[in-house]
Design a protein around this ligand. Structure first.
Ligand code: MN
Length: 358
């Protein structure tokens, strides 16, 4: 079979001649022959598969440079590249979905003083951090106050000062007034200050050394009717509501990304040797921001991976459901981590949403 005219090739590939000319100009699909006199493009029938692949990849939203790469690969490698591309798209979409949810909540916010008819809500809380049984020092920082709840897990040499600096920088949220419509900006500013504070104590940014210090940061700000969440890294927040336990944060770890991509089961992730490898940390990547409506009786747990890596979530649920005050709850959770060998620093913050008297 001889070469096809652009019209015949367009028909056979179900692409327009205009698209084919564009693909040629972009170097995605070069005609088998271009007439030197007339400039007419001619295509070989074997080019049909590639033309269709280019069209599908365009429909997928893959950038042109990446399509060029995929087309140069054999089928197996091309499949892997498309899978990797799609995992990135989904991660990006998930991050933007969270931001959209936050903005919707944020913009629908009503001043509770104007609408509240029942008793006002408040929180009672406790925080506890422990070095564990193996580590020489405690690089975690845990804090709980009338408005701020925070857990930070420092790593690298200088990880302790890093986690302390991050939480310290957020403490001004305890005293600063928070204008009702301004929560997002207040949080972003606080995170920026925390990043600066961490850079100040670690000297980070001078290059990614193997032992560069840094910290995770997972914090909640009580607004009087809601809890605003800032989260980056692999510390976690759980919510106990009506006896059920929900993990409301997403770990920014390599193994979690592999679970999301379907390349690892949650069970494999839990015992993976690289399970603590972070994809994001404070100052490296954007934190997740979210608002949670507070409900009377809700119990929140913020914890570092020193708890969640060794104590099964069913055990965590049992302790949170069975203990009364926050203080014995954090004590029992830290004890459980240490009873499991205490391989890491462990931090817990428990906060209960309650009706306030008077
Ligand atoms: Mn840790």
């Amino acid at each position: 079979m001889g070469l096809l005219t652009i019209g015949a090739f367009a028909k056979a590939s179900r692409l327009s001649p205009k698209a084919l000319r564009l693909y040629d100009e972009l170097g995605l699909l070069t005609p088998a022959r271009v007439d030197p006199v007339t400039g007419y493009r001619r295509y070989a029938p074997e080019q049909l598969d590639r033309a269709r692949l280019v069209a599908w990849l365009r429909r997928l939203g893959m950038p042109l440079a990446r399509i060029r790469c995929v087309c140069a690969l054999d089928a197996g490698a091309a499949a892997r590249e498309i899978r990797a591309f799609w995992a990135e798209v989904e991660a990006d979409t998930a991050a933007r979905r969270d931001l959209a949810t936050f903005l919707i909540d944020h913009l629908s916010w009503k001043d509770p003083a104007m609408t509240e008819t029942t008793s006002p809500l408040g929180i009672r809380y406790a925080a506890l951090s422990d070095a564990g049984l193996v580590r020489a020092s405690n690089q975690d920082t845990a804090y709980a106050g009338t408005r701020l709840l925070a857990v930070a897990d420092g790593y690298g040499s200088g990880g302790g000062p890093a986690s302390a600096a991050a939480v310290d920088a957020l403490k001004r949220l305890e005293t600063d007034g928070i204008p009702a419509g301004n929560l997002l900006n207040v949080l972003e500013d606080a995170v920026e200050q925390a990043q600066r504070a961490v850079r100040g104590v670690t000297g980070a940014g001078s290059g990614a050394g193997a032992d560069e210090a840094g910290t995770t940061l997972t914090a909640m700000l009580w607004t009087g009717s809601r809890l605003a969440l800032v989260h980056i890294g692999d510390s976690r927040v759980y919510l106990l509501r009506d006896g059920e336990l929900f993990q409301i944060t997403h770990d920014h770890t390599m193994v979690q990304a592999m679970v999301d991509e379907g390349r690892l089961s949650p069970e494999e992730a839990a015992s993976h040797p690289q399970r603590s490898l972070l994809l994001r940390a404070l100052g490296q990547g954007a934190p997740d921001l979210r608002l949670h409506d507070a409900r009377r009786g809700d119990r929140y747990l913020l914890c570092s991976d020193g708890l969640s890596a060794v104590v099964p979530s069913e055990e965590i649920r049992r302790v949170l459901a069975a203990t009364g005050e926050p203080e014995p709850a954090v004590r029992e959770l830290v004890d459980l981590a240490n009873a499991s060998g205490g391989p890491d620093n462990v931090s817990c913050v428990v906060a209960d949403v309650m009706e306030t008297q008077g």
